[in-house]
Write a protein that binds this ligand. Structure first.
Ligand code: CP
Length: 345
């Protein structure tokens, strides 16, 4: 039997995503369950985390399971991912062994592996998680690589909760959604931006990608996913470099900072462009242009750099709801994947 992973929401049908979100809503109403009784998950963090680690560990516990956190290169051996390489560098073992050994111990594997930020043509292949998916015999969950599918589900759950409706699709179809780039002193991962673009178009919203210049457009793979999602689900996709027109009449403002892909690995060259767009900060004046719009962000967020204190502390901010929902959606995903995989002998 082929192992089914959760690497991208694009691999899951709208009906399947809706079912996961319905289960997440049930977990929000009642946290305890036994769906992971006797089961375990290994959580591999190649990068730091606050929300993801806490919510996965706690979620496994609340469903009767057990989570084991590993940080390769820190408290676990450094791992090699190249195929056919002579391993005479830092890595002590190959992912081919790590994934297969963990698969003998645990029922699920979560992986967080950010880009290396040197060569996008390499990073866009998402080699770490694909190597785990290839060699693992248990389901692998993307805990953020070059997309962040768990954040996508938590975001949609927060919007569904805010707007109401029998289903997320009913709540969101036709809403005006702005994904805005914001300033940050460092170039950041495009993962959440890629994710927001694909899930907002998946749910039939009228999506505006607001960014300083063409250089900040997202990888063609995600731009194409968004166009296909619009064709399949309705809604629209617009590119804007003008904050005032993008914000006007918006129902949702979702903010994220990301590095410009044409400057990938040449960040000193990108910095003056980024520094010239600090005015992309989400503030009260921009939010006043919306149609009673809500604001959210995946967190962590630098206050008064990406969004002002006034926006973060306003009733329009649903970022804390979204962060809470990470717990519920991940429990739904873990329960679903564990049920699909069945019981080990
Ligand atoms: N949003 C999110 O993934 O948070 P952490 O980086 O703290 O896990």
């Amino acid at each position: 039997m082929t192992t089914r992973h959760f690497l991208s929401t694009q691999d899951w049908s709208r009906a399947e995503l809706d079912a996961l979100l319905a289960q997440a809503a049930a977990f929000k109403r009642s946290r305890a369950g036994s769906q992971l009784a006797g089961k375990s998950i290994a959580l591999l963090f190649f990068n730091p985390s606050m929300r993801t680690r806490t919510s996965f560990e706690l979620g496994a516990f609340q469903l009767g399971g057990h989570a084991i956190v590993l940080q390769p290169g820190k408290d676990a051996w450094p791992i090699e991912f190249e195929v056919g390489t002579v391993m005479d560098g830092e890595a002590e073992e190959h992912v081919a062994e790590v994934a297969r050994v963990l698969s003998r111990y645990v029922d699920l594997i979560g992986v967080r592996a950010f880009p290396k930020f040197q060569d996008w043509s390499v990073d866009r292949e998402d080699r770490v998680i694909h190597a785990f998916a290839k060699h693992s015999t248990v389901p692998v969950i993307n805990m953020e690589t070059i997309t962040h599918p768990m954040q996508e589900l938590a975001h949609i759950q927060a919007l569904w909760q805010h707007f109401g409706g029998a289903t997320p699709g009913e709540a969101l179809r036709g809403r005006k959604y702005v994904l805005t780039w914001t300033y940050h002193p460092k170039p950041l991962n495009t993962a959440v931006a890629n994710s927001a673009l694909q899930i907002a178009t998946r749910y039939g919203m009228d999506v505006t990608l607001l960014c300083p210049t063409e250089d900040y457009l997202l990888d063609p793979r995600y731009m194409e996913f968004a166009k296909q999602n619009v064709a399949d689900n309705g809604g629209s996709l617009t590119i804007s470099h003008d904050p005032a027109s993008a914000y006007r009449g918006a129902h949702v403002v979702y903010a994220k900072s990301w590095g410009a892909l044409p400057y990938f690995g040449r960040w000193a060259d990108e910095k003056p462009i980024r520094d010239a767009h600090k005015h992309f900060i989400v503030d009260e004046a921009k939010m006043a242009l919306t149609d009673h719009g809500v604001f959210s962000h995946c967190l962590p967020l630098r206050r008064n750099v990406k969004a002002t204190d006034a926006v973060m502390d306003s009733p329009a901010c649903i970022a804390i709801d979204e962060a809470e929902n990470r717990l519920h959606v991940q429990k739904a995903v873990m329960a679903q994947l564990a049920a699909q995989a069945g019981n080990r002998e």
